[in-house]
Design a protein around this ligand. Structure first.
Ligand SMILES: [Zn+2]
Length: 302
């Protein structure tokens, strides 16, 4: 058996742990190739291994999250893998020596399903509204926000060991919304994304005597911030981010140095906290009951 075959069968085994009911099967072959890097030979090998799909041999459809997870794991030349490199570059170079570097974030939204009947109704999520004091999106297509980012160096040292050990048992896998708060799924399969890992690791931290809470906000990855969740731990009266699962994941992907970023070190100068809560399953901008398509662009003030 070749190493490649082993990797491909490992990721298909992981993907198969996600119940079929949570799949969308919205990605046709052409998009799988162009956006997710799934060429014909790989597609055929993954289908032989049991990759979930719908349709006929000529008109096969796949689930976008499955393809994203496969692309990241196999490092396919796809958009998502390039994004990971941006994330680590943002971490590797703390932006400035300012205590609170500032940055403007432009948030745009649009219809996720153009051509539907009736008008589009956009609204901002209650959490985002509370965090930023935004009243209404009516008549707007974008808003610009002033981000305030904590940029303080901190290392938790040995106190974080129980959390780091537990984070080491988890495997990063983007999950469908239905599984984000499913602790049974996490304990059984050890697959977690930042949101479900955060809930779990906060629990572990609190059990080991630390005072911890879940936080969510934006990870300021270069010019393209992404929504992220991370545990925070109280240190001398201040809440400090602790994100060993995310750091370990970037190190496993070989995009972040373990020497520069030991897992006990607080991510610095890259996190904009917008809220504090569990069950981190929501959209920033809603389109009716579902999520709108959004894009975020950051401009730093050096
Ligand atoms: Zn619409």
């Amino acid at each position: 058996m070749s190493e490649l075959f082993n990797l491909e069968s490992e990721i298909v085994d992981r993907v198969l742990k996600i119940p079929d009911a949570f799949r969308e099967f919205s990605v046709p072959i052409s998009v799988a190739k162009r956006i997710f890097g799934l060429d014909e030979a790989l597609r055929s090998r993954l289908l032989d291994l049991g990759l979930p799909h719908r349709g006929t041999a000529r008109d096969t459809h796949f689930d976008p999250l499955d393809l994203e997870n496969i692309g990241t794991f196999l490092r396919l030349p796809a958009l998502h893998w390039s994004a990971m490199r941006l994330w680590s570059r943002s971490l590797a170079k703390p932006r400035s020596r300012q205590q609170h570097p500032t940055c403007q974030v432009k948030l745009r939204w649009k219809c996720p399903a153009p051509g539907h009947s009736g008008e589009c109704h956009f609204s901002i999520s209650p959490e985002f509204k509370r965090a930023l004091g935004i009243v209404s999106l009516v008549g707007k297509k974008s808003i610009t926000l002033d981000a305030v980012i904590e940029n303080r160096a901190h290392d938790f040292g040995l106190a974080l060991d129980p959390v780091i050990r537990e984070a080491g048992t988890l495997i990063y896998h983007r999950l469908p919304p239905e599984l984000i708060d499913d602790t049974g799924f996490l304990r059984e399969h050890r697959l977690a994304d930042c949101r479900s890992a955060t809930g779990h690791l906060v629990h572990i931290a609190n059990r080991s005597g630390l005072n911890s809470r879940p936080a969510w906000g934006l990870f300021m990855a270069g010019p393209y911030p992404v929504i992220h969740a991370w545990p925070e731990i109280e240190q001398a009266g201040a809440w400090v981010p602790a994100d060993p699962f995310f750091l370990a994941t970037l190190q496993q992907w070989d995009v972040l140095s373990g020497t520069d970023w030991p897992l006990s070190r607080a991510p610095q100068g890259v996190l904009w906290r917008l809220g504090v809560k569990g069950g981190l399953n929501f959209h920033i901008v809603y389109h009716g009951q579902g999520g709108a398509s959004i894009s975020l662009i950051a401009r730093w003030q050096e």
